[in-house]
Ligand binder design. Structure first.
Ligand code: ATP
Ligand code: MG
Length: 413
């Protein structure tokens, strides 16, 4: 009989704040101990699973250093058949800082995070998509960095280190970029000792004062190059709502902002091209108006991933995760997921057709405020019914809102 192929399983061990400063040798010891415990004490590993520390018997000095452990593999597999790749990391808790323009301290050009950041911990696992989307994105980013580190010739193989996520509002594009940067910082920590995320504010860069924008783009990219000089630092750049680039170009076409805006767009594209030679830079971009993205920009994206509205099974998983959180918080009783509750959850998933992930994550709050209104924990089935009612109320109010918009008198321009 043919032997089953060994499956790769990433083990991400997050250290407690107190253990953040432990030596490299100690981290290696923690990794070895956890890996041994997983192999000897667990039967199976599953995709994106938080391993409960109470399920593992670890020496107290190791257990005390660990905040949580997440195991991830493409598909469930027995532990004896898994090849563990272990990552030990500590979170940065300082939060972000904003870089503003010189003449307007309220206008943020970019926000800077050191990764892995406390704020993004667990974000990747909280985002639900159809199978394959997240691993595919991660593989893409890793391949891009691998080709660079192996110095593959850009004249023979073309890639730009640019990812574009596009799709309707509220489908998690920005969160997915942040989560991907965080994941890369953890998974690639043996290559990159440090990781940074720069979230560029496209609006302040492209839509305010075009004459200033040229300077801002240069300033931004000289900062990026400065960071990227250190090849042990992974630099992730998030350019959100990249359609504002196209807006800049069309403003120029209309003659309202003649040459400045086109110069800004061109300078940004040139700067992006220059980043190609860097081994440690990845550019993550998003847009919710796909048609409006600058063509020259779209051409530079190595991968264009459509992030659509969640399908029924994904809506079910998102709502399920909301319920688990409310059970943890004591807002919903810790009832078993009985057949009746399963079927109520199915009803909710069906009734929420057309809602984005953002809309779904708002529903439990609306359900509680409108239909539960009690400080006592609601029963699980009762709460699911309230979610179902909230979904119907939402659908009715958006139909009413769009009818009102279509019948409203058109105001004079
Ligand atoms: N597929 C999903 N699974 C789980 N949560 C989701 C999903 N999609 C969106 N969310 C949640 O909705 C919220 C909004 O997501 P986010 O801002 O990343 O969306 P977006 O696509 O960038 O929206 P926009 O196009 O308006 O900028 C986040 O809290 C996110 O966790
Ligand atoms: Mg967004």
């Amino acid at each position: 009989m043919a032997e089953a192929a060994v499956k790769l399983a990433h083990v991400e061990i997050c250290l407690t704040r107190e253990a953040a400063g432990v030596s490299k040798a100690n981290r290696e010891e923690i990794a070895r101990t956890v890996e041994h415990a997983l192999r000897t004490q667990l039967d199976m590993v599953h995709p994106e699973t938080k391993v409960s520390l109470s399920c593992l018997t670890l020496a107290p000095d190791v257990a005390n250093c660990i905040r949580d452990i997440v195991v991830d593999c493409e598909e469930s597999c027995p532990c004896w058949n898994a090849q563990f790749v272990t990552h030990v990391f500590a979170l940065h808790e300082e939060g972000s800082y904003d870089e503003t323009t010189e003449d307007d301290p309220t206008s943020t050009v970019f926000t800077h995070w050191e990764l892995p950041a406390q704020q993004f911990h667990g974000l990747w696992e909280s985002l639900e998509y159809e199978a394959g989307i997240k691993p595919h994105l991660l593989e893409f980013a890793s391949t891009s960095l691998l080709f660079s580190s192996r110095q593959v010739d850009h004249n023979l193989i073309s890639w730009n280190h640019v990812v574009l996520l596009h799709g309707p509002p509220g489908t998690g594009k920005t969160s997915l970029c942040q989560a991907m940067a965080q994941k890369l910082s953890v998974r690639l920590s043996s290559t990159f000792a440090r990781a940074e995320l720069l979230e560029v504010n496209s609006h302040s860069l492209f839509s305010k004062w075009f004459s200033e924008s040229g300077k801002l783009v240069s300033k931004l990219f000289s900062y990026i190059h400065e960071l990227a000089e250190d090849e042990e630092t992974l630099v992730c750049i998030l350019i959100d709502e990249v359609e504002s680039l196209a807006a800049a170009r069309s403003a120029s076409m209309n003659g309202s902002e003649p040459s400045d805006s086109i110069r800004v767009v061109n300078s940004l594209l040139t700067q992006l091209d220059r980043l190609k030679s860097r081994k440690n830079v990845i550019v993550l971009t998003t847009s919710n108006i796909t048609e409006a993205i600058d063509v020259a920009f779209v051409d530079r994206a190595d991968i264009r991933q459509y992030i659509g509205l969640p399908v029924e099974s994904v809506r079910r998983s998102i709502l399920r995760s909301c319920i688990v959180e409310l059970q943890r918080a004591g807002v919903v009783a810790q009832d078993e997921l009985s057949a009746e509750a399963e079927s109520a959850l199915d009803d909710c998933a069906r009734a929420t057709h057309g809602l984005s992930g953002r809309g779904l994550r708002k529903l439990p709050f609306q359900a509680h405020a409108r239909f539960i209104r009690s400080t006592n924990p609601a029963s699980l089935v009762g709460f699911l019914r309230a979610i179902h009612d909230a979904a119907r109320a939402e659908a009715a109010s958006s139909v009413a809102a769009s009818a009102a918009t279509s019948t409203a008198p058109v105001s004079a321009a």
